[in-house]
Design a protein around this ligand. Structure first.
Ligand code: MN
Ligand code: MN
Length: 296
């Protein structure tokens, strides 16, 4: 990996970690989820980065992909297990990190995913089998009596790309493929007090372009023009409604979904609605790995 690219990844990671820490400190009972997400995105831009995807904050049994709309009045409550997931890009180089804030009595659950990501990072180096990373995660989480979420995984990160190969499992999948020097990956264990399996719910508020095609209506064309500025990276409904209004945006989103131009990513709850914690870091694979989202 070119040293200029390493530099950009490092800068990206530093901003992602700083913005996430800023957001995590805001998470208190009575605070609106949308205010935290807005502030995280604002912080990213202040620090010279761009969001690689919308800031997301998922509570309790929802593992990921809750992204409040502009008029969402939901607030954090006493007892919540609140995740905050945030990503940045610098010149396209993506970093991705997440943390869990415990507003109640679930410190063990939070520790389980944090220990798991640290255990996984300890075995990251060129030549490590992918399944070994999953095993480290699984063992760390099971030690606390919780279940790793099996149908969510870490992933490669690249230029203008949030999810690419390799997929990094959160359990020992037996995958014998090995990590390669110079790979950039995000490792993101989820610990669940429930099933350790999630499902796709409905009403996505995060979307991504999956297919470039012409569109018919002028509303959809106008909204698509805004979407194209995100360079193929995921975007929030809230970003569009603030610019185009709720009515026009919803109309356009429906058309773009129906035409197969964009895909939605709905919130992902645990099958048995157990509580879920998450921890995530992005790392560059070298003999001395660089955890780009770890602040010194
Ligand atoms: Mn993430
Ligand atoms: Mn991720």
């Amino acid at each position: 990996m070119d040293s200029e690219i390493v530099k950009k990844f490092k800068e990206s990671g530093k901003i992602a970690a700083t913005a996430m820490q800023h957001g995590a400190r805001m998470i208190k009972p009575g605070v609106r989820l949308v205010d935290v997400c807005d502030d995280v995105e604002k912080k990213i831009k202040e620090l010279g980065g761009e969001p690689a995807f919308p800031a997301q904050t998922s509570d309790n049994d929802i593992a990921a992909h809750y992204c409040p709309e502009e008029d969402d009045e939901t607030v954090y409550k006493e007892g919540d297990v609140a995740k905050l997931d945030c990503g940045v890009h610098i010149d396209g180089y993506v970093s991705d990190n997440a943390v869990t804030v415990d507003l109640g009595d679930n410190s063990e659950l939070v520790k389980a995913s944090r220990d798991a990501v640290n255990a996984a990072l300890k075995v990251v180096k060129p030549g490590t089998k992918i399944g070994e990373i999953g095993r480290a995660i699984q063992q760390a989480i099971e030690k606390y009596g919780f279940a790793p979420v099996r149908n969510l995984s870490g992933h490669g990160i690249g230029r203008f790309s949030v999810h690419e190969s390799p997929s990094i499992p959160n359990f020992d999948s037996g995958n014998e493929q090995t990590l390669q020097e110079g790979q950039s990956i995000a490792i993101e264990p989820f610990a669940s007090s429930g099933a350790g399996m999630i499902y796709e719910s409905s009403n996505p508020t995060v979307f991504m372009v999956v297919n470039k095609k012409p569109v018919r209506s002028s509303f959809a064309r106008e909204v698509l023009k805004t979407i194209e500025q995100y360079n193929g990276l995921p975007f929030a409904l809230r970003w569009l409604t603030r610019k185009h209004g709720i009515g026009k945006t919803r109309f356009a989103i429906r058309e773009l979904l129906n035409a197969g131009i964009i895909k939605g990513y709905p919130p992902l709850p645990d099958v048995k609605h157990g509580l879920i914690s998450q921890a995530e870091h992005s790392v560059l694979v070298f003999d001395k790995p660089i955890v780009i989202t770890r602040l010194e």
